[in-house]
Design a protein around this ligand. Sequence first.
Ligand code: TYM
Length: 326
Amino acid sequence: MRVLSGIQPTGEKHLGNYVGAIRRWVAEQHEMDAFHPIVDLHAITVPQEPEALRESTLDLVALLIACGLDPEVCTLFVQSHVPEHPRLAWVLECMTPYGEARRMPQFREKSAKSENFSVGLMTYPVLQAADILLYQADVVPVGEDQRQHLELARDLAQRFNQRFGETFVVPEGTYGEVGAKIMDLQEPTSRMSTTFSGDLGLVRVLDPPDLIRRKLRSAVTDSGRDVVRSEDKPGVTNLIEIMAVATGDSPEAIEARYDGAGYGKFKEDVGEAVVALFDPIRLRYADLRGNPGELHAILARGAEKAHGIAAETLAQVYERVGFVPP
Ligand code: TYM
């Protein structure tokens, strides 16, 4: 089984990214043939400072390894190092109805923020489909927010296969049983997000321990005092899921443990659990980030392996579409 899932290099990575995606990649890398691109081509769909983009790309390599991705086991690479991504994306763009691209929820959300959004922001999900289909990925572990993008990737694979013959594996999105959608700590009805969350609403993987404790202490809870999951308790439900992931206990066990304890004590303990989860990552990160030469070497190896597979798929696609070989 092959797994592929990408992550954008911009914005400091947060609890949502960790819980919804990264920790699952770490768990699955030993069972599957795993590919994890850092998607810098996606990052420039909104304006980026060149030097900051370069730095944050290396920051993310170090962070992913610090979180437990092992570049000896999985293929960790930078999307722009493999030229087949935009090449396949172009072919797929020509098979994507304009109306369908325009209706994608993330595009609508992000384009609403500015009048001068780029065409790339709209074709973003098609490039994401290319990322997945190039590697013939069977499964794509992501957070809930990526569900529509995964649907598009499946549609495009099926459409291409129907028109030109079996070419692509139709990928399956997979979502964590717990924590597929980590919510903003201050506005627990919205997703925790670099673009939309305020500073207190989001816990960065690299936040210092005291700041993590403070953010969890001031997390918005709900009326009442029962530590139980329910639709009308989005704040407490979110904290229970965070605690479950951080400790490895089931949500039910946590509800039982905090029966009658009250929100103050519970939030204190969630803070400690998240500190214990991220503390070793922060320490490893500092070490890894101090050695950029090694990070570049890891990326070069990753790109070489990724390129071999991507080139094979693209050659087949070009042939099926009717391009004369060079
Ligand atoms: P990105 O960089 O925004 O997020 C990386 C991963 O983190 C997940 N995530 C969350 N999960 C749970 N709760 C949250 N609050 C939360 N916020 C983010 C995302 O679902 C994602 O899995 N378009 C993608 C990157 C991408 C990609 C791909 C993913 C490009 N090509 C191919 C899979 C396959 C994105 O922007 O992720």
